[in-house]
Design a protein around this ligand. Sequence first.
Ligand code: HEC
Length: 199
Amino acid sequence: MTREDARLRPRHLALVGGTLAVCLVLAALSGLTRPDPARRNLEVFTEMAYSRAYESFTPNPWFADGKTLQPLQEGVVPRGARPFPYGDGPEEAERAGRELASPVDPADRDALAAGAELYRVFCVVCHDARGRGEGPVVLRGFPPPPSLHADRARGMPDGTMFHLLTRGQGNMASYAAQLSPDERWQVVAHVRSLQQEGP
Ligand code: HEC
């Protein structure tokens, strides 16, 4: 053994000892974690994970009226919702017809297929597959809708038909709850293609 080796030895020992000490600390820490992935690990700062939220119907010192549930501000739009600034009635339906244009490209096969399927689900019961207004519900006594091939429906602008599906018309209910705006435009496109095919 040379003198050089002898000088290195204590340093080596310190290195090995230090590494061992770190390993021991890590092993001890890992004992605190839970190996079950379905459960949370040791939690140190929990404020982020569990914020102290107020329940909707509890008193709340932070608001002037003392309530947690606050009324919506004027003009608030739910996330993802598209405003439809048209009221009920024929005049608003006509205004929608003048102001709204269908976003559906009549050559878009996917949109037309989607519209056909939605029509089959939601409209056939009254309007029947061809749009003559002889669906099973009508055959059992529901007031018959006018044919979708009659002049009125043929001449109706897309926006008016969209308004009709959104707000309803006479004996026909609104379909805003069942069909999203995109879906309503797809159904309108399908009615247009039915009208082109004829009764
Ligand atoms: C429960 C039966 C029923 C269902 C379902 C129904 N409609 Fe109607 N629809 C009617 C009736 C009834 C009218 C006539 C309303 C009125 O003016 O009093 C009508 C009117 C219409 C008109 C206007 C016709 C015109 O000349 O004024 C269109 C367009 C139309 N419906 C499309 C649809 C579409 C598209 C669907 C499916 C999303 C649908 N309807 C679902 C019963 C129904």
